[in-house]
Unconditional design. Structure first.
Length: 516
């Protein structure tokens, strides 16, 4: 492997560490139950993370529901009748292949393990295994080196061959060590592991009271399709949108909030006539790509994966994954899938209730087809943070060089829109004026009042959490330098660090034009 590759992998890990540490230090994301040692796969959003997440969900709701005539919202329960999950196929098939390490009892998703062998001195030496990551080839090489050293095998590694564990023959599988071990054959055979969290409804823990925490929000939409149609008189093509928690007992939660056991989804089921399905799939892909640009994720950092037929669900008429270049690799943010009329058909079969749509104009009856854009809130929040994170060397107010950490959030997503600083905290007129400005802005946006420390330090604290504007109330504002500048403030912009003098009377309009 080339040095350049390994150093860029390393840089990506360092970047991710910096992001995770900033998220904790400034109150975006904490480990859940941290004082008790945490709970794997679960995170809590702190004060700024909660604001950021809310801004994302509100903006999604505005663009996907309120700005459109053809989409309505709903808010379904997390717990549904168990039969919902039987009909949807989740009880039978919502599983991942799991393997155990016989030595350490660690569990892995079999489809995320790669095994490698190396050619040294014209001979093949193997095997080692690693879990999928951008640095996996490097890790495999290091493991092979260790074996080489231990066994006194001399010579350069001429080639490294890596294959997915799922493609190993039974003979190979028997010789592959687990990623946690170097002993051959420490991996069990793969078995299917259902990802749903099981629970009981009511006080009696018996089989008939079993249900599951929903693994996706979509099914409540399908189940309520008829009620929504009848109560809102909306006509096909139309969509039902929902934001809410989903739970999956992921075998291997990882990459910070990227793969969690508790997460949130933003989903739309867009119902249509069969012939409209494919054109609408393309249309929704474009709509969703545009949305990401509107929240500060540039088009060139997004990748579209046209999921090949053999990897799609059997009922799918086409699926696009929208992927983002995270520091830990290119990974899925959202799936846009044409699900044909599979879901409604299944629910009609299992419930015995008709889920047909009647076209009032033609009296034609049919089970609608559906296009589903399904996005993850947590993954999008993470992408927004990764995209915003930047460090630059600047010359500070004292003429010294320093590293400025800045989250370049689009103002629309920023948790705090404006910082408000009185120049000095012990000058009552400055404080009173700053509080006045705060009251003018507060009803319209999230603002933050800060009177502690030098203004330069206060700017830096706001830069680090992505606040796009800071307003300073100084002696000019309170008329100490003559009537000319009275009732004007300095507005400083985060990215260019430029400053402008604005009349307090114009401040609200100035900021609203820039943060909405
Ligand atoms: P993956 O292949 O990454 O497991 P998926 O294809 O199973 O994801 P879907 O079932 O299509 O995901 O769910 C739609 C969206 O929900 C995903 O694009 C993702 O944004 C989000 N999502 C799914 N699983 C998780 C998870 N474990 N943690 C965080 N977000 C998730």
């Amino acid at each position: 492997m080339s040095k350049a590759k390994s150093s860029s992998d390393n840089a990506r890990n360092v970047l991710m560490d910096k992001i995770v540490s900033l998220c904790k230090r400034r109150g975006f994301v904490f480990q859940s139950s941290e004082i008790y040692g945490g709970l794997n796969g679960c995170r809590d959003y702190g004060p700024l993370g909660a604001e950021l997440k809310k801004n994302l969900k509100d903006y999604w709701w505005t663009r996907m529901v309120r700005d459109r005539d053809d989409v309505v919202g709903m808010d379904g329960a997390i717990l549904q009748n168990r039969r919902v999950w039987e009909a949807s196929g989740h009880v039978g098939t919502f599983s991942d292949p799991l393997v155990d390490c016989k030595e350490t009892k660690a569990r892995f998703r079999a489809d995320q393990i790669f095994y490698a062998s190396a050619v040294i001195g014209g001979e093949s030496h193997g095997y080692v295994s690693v879990t999928e990551s951008p640095t996996m080839a490097e890790e495999a090489e290091q493991k092979i080196r260790k074996i080489q050293k231990k066994g006194g095998i001399k010579g350069e590694i001429a080639a490294l061959e890596m294959e997915p564990l799922m493609e190993a023959t039974p003979e190979e599988h028997a010789l592959i060590p687990s990623p946690n071990s170097t002993e051959p054959g420490t991996l069990t055979e793969p078995r299917e592991f259902n990802l749903m969290f099981k629970t009981y409804v009511g006080p009696v823990e018996n089989d008939s009271n079993v249900t599951y925490l929903r693994p996706e929000t979509a099914q409540a939409i399908f189940v309520q399709f008829k009620n929504v149609c009848d109560s809102s008189r909306i006509k096909i093509p139309f969509g039902i949108a929902q934001i809410g928690k989903a739970f999956r007992n992921e075998i291997n939660p990882r990459n910070f909030t990227f793969r969690s056991r508790e997460f949130e989804q933003m989903e739309i089921e867009y119902f249509c006539r069969p012939e409209e399905g494919l054109p609408l799939l393309k249309e929704w892909l474009e709509t969703r790509l545009k949305f990401y640009e509107e929240i500060g994720i540039p088009r060139e950092k997004l990748h579209i994966l046209d999921v090949p037929e053999k990897e799609r669900a059997h009922y799918s008429g086409g699926t696009y994954d929208i992927e983002y270049e995270f520091p830990f690799g290119i990974q899925e943010l959202e799936g846009v899938a044409y699900r044909t009329n599979y879901d409604l058909t299944k629910h009609q079969e299992h419930s015995g209730k008709t889920l047909e749509y009647i076209d009032q104009a033609t009296n034609e009856k049919f089970i609608p087809h559906v296009v589903e854009p399904s996005a993850g809130v947590d993954r999008t929040v993470l992408a927004v943070i990764c995209e915003a994170f930047d460090e630059e060397t600047i010359t500070n107010e004292k003429g010294k060089e320093e590293v400025r950490t800045v989250l370049r959030f689009s103002p629309r997503m920023a948790p705090i829109k404006c910082g408000i600083f009185p120049l000095l905290k012990n000058k009552p007129e400055l404080v009173a004026k700053a509080r006045e400005v705060q009251e003018v802005l507060r009803p319209h946006m999230n603002v933050f009042y800060d009177e502690g420390g030098a203004v330069g330090r206060r700017y830096r604290r706001q830069d680090e959490i992505g606040t796009p504007f800071c307003v300073t109330i100084d002696f000019d504002t309170i008329g100490e330098n003559g009537p000319e500048a009275e009732d004007t403030v300095t507005v400083r912009e985060r990215d260019a660090m430029t400053q402008e003098r604005i009349k307090i009377a114009d401040l609200l309009t100035y900021l609203l034009e820039r943060v909405r």
